[in-house]
Design a protein around this ligand. Structure first.
Ligand SMILES: NC(=O)C1=CN([C@@H]2O[C@H](COP(=O)(O)OP(=O)(O)OC[C@H]3O[C@@H](n4cnc5c(N)ncnc54)[C@H](O)[C@@H]3O)[C@@H](O)[C@H]2O)[C@H](O)CC1
Ligand code: K
Length: 534
């Protein structure tokens, strides 16, 4: 796999970054040289996106981003993040931008203070009052990077709030200042960046849900960190993977073998729906359809059968006896069929809470199992950890934040650190846990984590989770004959689901992606990605 692809799949903590950096410096790379290299790359990217109005933008009204600027305000912190920012300030100055610097710190790291001295010798003004930079067109945040250790207070916190109030484009170096590098938590206050240049390796905090409103658009500045140094520090234990198109496409059951038949392409059983929530069954079925699964059986209450047959003529609809409330009373599988006849089972969407015996029954079977929606709430009532510890077969839980808290009441709050929460949850119950969100996080019981780095608020709609369950079930059912880890299948389903949502939102705006419409975008997004690859 190409180095760039490998680098793009790695997510690190502040400590891991420090350890990697230490190896590079110990191997002889001078700190100043690395700073020069990194900041030079940042300066060039800034000129691409925010060309100097004096030199006339490239094409259109301006550069790539269409934003021409003249006056650049650079905020300099006490550490090497500030050092990076000063090198950027100098380089933009040489390229004709009007540069001003703000720094309110008396004690700077040695290299940072040398750079400050040199910028002043070039006549670049440095101010202690933030107001002097309020007329700038573009702001560069070099206050804090991964060295931020504690809450921001007093003058610097006030300055950051003021900068945010100007509503000017802000480019943050490495991280928006004020964000915790690992949890993405706002330490007091934080810069609301328009664009973040993450240095070297993706920082975990940038991929946490609550950081998103501060990070803006985000790109990695690769400065050739040797993979050997990354491997030596990150290793394979407790690894955090960033899901990419490359990994997803390599996991999807494509291309198909020339000679195959429908039973070789997996047989999925969905157990879902109720008279009260019939739509959930349809959406889950449509999700399973797009996965390409060879055979699809859907167990629903008898009264839903005509509805499902009409929507999914290719599926085997199993009408089950129902309770007074219209929930499935018992699983009435076809003759000579039992749960072990299926390659995977997904249960939950639209079930309602009156189906505990059904959930209990599938938990006792030996098939790979996905639990979602009402099945998760029933599992929580049964006792998540005690119940799942009895299961040997693959189990995947797909909770949203509320279901997660009910399933794992004693795990740290996912609102503070989703990655830690999902990791501890999976470790405690032995299942693979997919915690849905703006940045869906997946963990297995061996502490490995996968994060989906892209999504769209368009998916925050009833039913889109049902679709994910269907797609995931279909992919899982097809995996039997392939040597792909279950975790990668779960990660691929999350990636595909969000990419379909992104494409749909591009074409229909973020208001136009109801769950039914979403199902129409899985194949187009795959077709274009697949064409790109081949
Ligand atoms: N990773 C790399 O290979 C490279 C990283 N570079 C840049 O260096 C910063 C990390 O630099 P560091 O000096 O370790 O930390 P910061 O610049 O983030 O600054 C922290 C600085 O501030 C002090 N501090 C911490 N918390 C507070 C607070 N709440 N209030 C006030 N002061 C605080 C702390 O003592 C530190 O001195 C990285 O992000 C990159 O931008 C290299 O330049 C390129 C290679
Ligand atoms: K920063």
């Amino acid at each position: 796999m190409a180095r760039q692809e490998q680098i793009s799949q790695i997510i690190v903590t502040a400590q891991q970054m420090r350890d990697i950096e230490a190896r590079i410096f110990a191997a002889g790379m001078p700190v100043a040289a690395l700073m020069e290299k990194v900041a030079g790359l940042i300066a060039r990217r800034i000129q691409d996106i925010y060309p100097n109005v004096r030199q006339g933008g490239q094409g259109g009204e301006g550069g790539q981003g269409g934003h021409e600027v003249k006056r650049v305000g650079v905020f300099v912190g006490p550490g090497h993040n500030g050092g990076d920012a000063l090198v950027v300030a100098r380089e933009l100055h040489f390229c004709g931008y009007d540069v001003k610097i703000y720094s309110c710190f008396s004690k700077l790291k040695e290299l940072t203070s040398q750079h400050l001295l040199y910028t002043q010798s070039l006549g670049i003004p440095c101010y202690e009052s933030i107001e002097q930079l309020s007329d700038c067109d573009l702001l560069i945040d070099g206050l804090f990077g991964f060295g931020l250790e504690r809450r921001l207070v007093d003058a610097i916190a006030k300055a950051i709030n003021q900068i945010n109030s100007w509503s000017k484009p802000i480019v943050s170096i490495d991280l928006p200042s004020g964000l915790h590098t690992d949890t993405g938590e706002v330490l007091g206050t934080a810069i609301r960046a328009t664009h973040t240049f993450c240095l070297g390796l993706w920082k975990l905090g940038l991929l946490q849900d609550h950081a998103l409103e501060y990070v803006g658009s985000c790109e990695l500045i690769d400065f050739d960190i040797p993979l050997a140094d990354v491997q030596a520090v990150v290793g394979d234990v407790n690894k955090i993977h960033r899901i990419t198109q490359t990994t997803a496409l390599s996991t999807l059951p494509l291309p198909r073998p020339a000679v195959t038949h429908k039973y070789k392409e997996g047989h999925l059983l969905l157990i879902c729906g109720s008279r009260r929530y019939s739509g959930g069954a349809i959406l889950t079925g449509l999700g399973a359809r797009v996965s390409g699964v060879g055979m699809l059986s859907i167990a629903v209450p008898e009264s839903l059968k005509p509805l499902l047959v009409a929507q999914l003529p290719e599926a085997l609809i199993i009408g089950c006896p129902e309770t007074e409330t219209g929930a499935i009373a018992s699983l009435q599988l076809p003759e000579n069929t039992d749960l072990s006849s299926f390659d995977a089972i997904a249960i939950g969407p639209g079930l309602t809470g009156d189906t505990t015996p059904i959930v209990q029954q599938v938990l006792e079977c030996d098939r790979p199992l996905i639990l979602d929606a009402d099945a998760l709430n029933i599992l929580a009532h049964m006792g998540t950890i005690a119940t799942l510890q009895k299961r040997q077969a693959v189990t995947i839980l797909t909770p949203h934040a509320g279901e997660f808290k009910r399933l794992f009441p004693n795990v740290p709050d996912p609102m503070k650190d989703r990655v830690r929460a999902v990791r501890e949850a999976a470790h405690s119950c032995g299942a693979i846990v997919l915690l849905k969100g703006a940045r869906t996080a997946i963990a297995n019981s061996q502490n490995s984590v996968w994060i989906n780095p892209q999504s769209t608020p368009a998916l925050a709609r009833g039913g889109s989770g049902d679709v994910l369950t269907g797609v995931l079930g279909g992919l899982l059912a097809q995996a039997k004959s392939k040597h792909i880890s279950v975790e990668e299948i779960v990660a691929t389903a999350a990636w595909w689901h969000s990419q379909a949502g992104i494409l749909a939102a591009q074409e229909r705006t973020e208001l136009g992606v109801d769950a039914f419409t979403l199902t129409n975008y899985f194949i187009p997004v795959l077709a274009s990605a697949w064409k790109e690859l081949n």
